[in-house]
Design a protein. Structure first.
Ligand code: ARG
Length: 583
């Protein structure tokens, strides 16, 4: 069984071939002029150019040959050679009944791949901030989308657990509690089970230490030393590292849970670090490493570069490794352990050059296959009303949890007054997440947007709460039908334009999903979900579904409601949005 529009596209392609023309792809689009047809095919112009023919002539040949088969309600030509198709009621009804049997019919991709995703990147000992929001939202949704289309997916949290931030925190702990055994070279035996710091301590310590290091070169030097010391495996510092990890990871996990963001693998930079020696040995054997001013580098510039791509710094002159080295070792590990067809990285666009260097080195060194796709998927910023990256009122970085709280306050106001207590809190949280996620995924991935919790939580317009509210209403309608023992199994008839419009909007879900998948941006899905929902609501306001006296019509309407409901839930789930029982 195949997606409806795809079947039509293949059918038309065959028809064109039979007329003696070669064509690579046929794409049907939703008609921009519904009075002429449901869908349109605009590919004739290109074909005519190739064959040096008049497009209207080819279009006419095609229209005539399709008319012979007689299963569209109408097919006609317009303008310089556009072809418009109107589907027959029978076609629409049959397809929607297939969808009713199997809502997954539309959830397919041509070529299934194993995709490894890297969209965590939270830094240990630092709170998740709004910068991590978009990588988590977009990454998680892309993973769910890829998976729903039939790909294998593995996501890694890839925590920043091995760098200077930890050294800074360690230095701060050392200055405050110099007598702790972790700093005593002569300490014998084991170290305490209890962590000397809580997560709150870490949250307070890191910004202070970081600020101090910026203004005090001596302090910075000490931080570098302590970082190098734990990285080279100092026993005491490693015991402290374990404590910091445990405390901080618990908090990071809770934040990702709150964001409905999941990882199959919870590794970090420290795990990749273990692979650096064998990586370097391999690179040496392949003669790819060059010496440059005491450092060891890999050249990655290419002949036709239109911008400067500096060499990848593998080992710094002081013997330490760079962020690039860690990522290269990480690819090494991922290829050995999971051997994915593609690796996707999500961070903001400032890391573009970093990934360009790493990907080039990985290809050059044949750490990945020629066919392995390494992809950097950047995104725009979330701004405040002033158009600058979103900050707290006093200009600091806003914590992710505080940001969701802001949305929860607004969403709580929208919930039914009879929902109280714990349930009210829980539902406000789910609705808030829908508001934040939908607003984040609605613009094209690279577009910046303004954080506006009041607008995001509106029950009207393109918002998460509007979609939830409408979807819950579909569910209550179906529940009432069940209570009244009204059976609905099939769509039997199309009663009006409102009903027909929803049916049309459900035809091209597969194309929308694939478009989003290819562009690695959820905007098409968000727009389509809104369109289906809005079209359904127009139909809902127009008709009294449960009290409709014609039982064939009533059954058709209820079945249609069920299909829209099922699909809405599926699409919302891809976006990482849950549907509450009520709101
Ligand atoms: N921890 C990094 C940061 O906060 C992001 C990591 C992204 N992933 C990677 N493999 N480099 O900037």
């Amino acid at each position: 069984m195949q997606a409806f529009i795809k079947t039509q596209e293949e059918y038309i392609k065959e028809k064109i071939k039979k007329l003696g023309y070669e064509i690579k792809d046929v794409t049907l689009n939703v008609s921009s002029r519904p009075e002429l047809g449901d869908y349109q095919f605009n590919g004739i112009m290109a074909l005519a150019k190739e064959y040096k023919r008049n497009p209207r002539e080819i279009a006419e040949e095609l229209v005539n040959s399709i008319k012979e088969d007689n299963f569209y309600k109408d097919i006609n030509m317009a303008g310089p050679g556009f072809i418009n198709i109107t589907f027959s009621d029978e076609q629409l009804i049959n397809h929607l009944n297939e969808l009713n049997e199997n809502i997954n019919l539309n959830y397919t991709v041509d070529k299934k791949r194993t995709i490894f995703l890297d969209y965590g990147g939270a830094n240990v000992a630092k709170a998740l901030h709004v910068g991590h929001l978009r990588s988590a939202n977009i990454g998680e949704a892309l993973k769910r989308l890829a998976k729903s289309l039939g790909n294998e997916t593995i996501a890694d949290a890839h925590l920043g657990d091995w760098g200077r931030p930890i050294g800074l925190v360690m230095l701060e702990i050392k200055n405050r509690f110099p007598n702790l055994p972790y700093f005593d070279e002569n300490h014998k035996g084991s170290y305490p089970d209890q962590s000397p710091v809580t997560n709150e301590d870490l949250m307070e310590m890191y910004p202070k230490a970081s600020e101090k290091a910026k203004n005090d070169e001596k302090y910075m030097e000490e931080a570098r030393e302590i970082t190098a010391k734990f990285q080279s495996g100092d026993k005491g510092l490693m015991a402290l590292w374990e404590h910091i990890m445990n405390v901080s990871k618990k908090d990071i996990k809770a934040s990702y849970d709150r964001l409905n963001t999941t990882f199959e693998v919870w590794e970090g930079e420290s795990d990749c670090d273990k692979y650096i020696p064998e990586l370097i040995e391999y690179l040496e054997k392949e003669k790819l490493i060059k010496e440059s001013q005491g450092a060891r580098i890999i050249e990655v510039k290419e002949e036709n570069d239109d911008h400067e791509v500096p060499p990848l710094l593998l080992v710094k002159s002081n013997g330490s490794h760079s962020y690039e080295t860690t990522d290269l070792a990480c690819i090494w590990e991922r290829m050995h352990k999971w051997s994915p067809d593609e690796i996707w990285y999500l961070t903001d666009s400032r890391q573009a050059l970093h990934f360009e260097q790493v990907f080039r080195a990985a290809k050059k060194a044949k750490i990945v296959k020629d066919t392995t796709k390494l992809e950097f998927i950047p995104f725009g910023t979330m701004n405040g009303v002033d158009g600058k990256p979103f900050k707290t009122r006093d200009g600091g970085t806003m914590k992710l949890d505080d940001l969701i709280d802001l949305a929860a306050v607004e969403c709580e106001k929208k919930i039914l007054p009879n929902i109280i207590g714990e349930e009210r809190k829980k539902i406000a949280e789910i609705v808030a997440l829908s508001a934040v996620k939908y607003a984040d995924l609605l613009p094209y991935r690279l577009t910046d947007y303004v954080f506006d919790p009041v607008k995001f939580s509106d029950l009207q317009g393109k918002t998460g709460p509007y979609l939830l509210y409408s979807t819950i209403r579909m569910k209550s309608l179906l529940a009432k039908a069940n209570e009244e023992k009204i059976e609905y199994k099939k769509i039997l008839t199309i009663s009006d334009e409102f009903q027909r419009n929803i049916m049309i909007s459900l035809l091209n879900i597969n194309s929308v999903l694939n478009k989003s998948f290819e562009s690695r941006s959820l905007n098409d899905i968000c727009e389509h979900l809104y369109k289906i929902t809005n079209t359904y609501n127009n139909f809902y306001y127009q008709n009294r579904i449960l009290t409709e006296s014609n039982i064939k019509i009533r059954e058709s309407w209820l079945t249609l409601t069920k299909i829209v409901y099922d699909n809405n839930c599926k699409m919302l789930k891809i976006l990482g949005i849950n549907v509450p029982e009520r709101m």
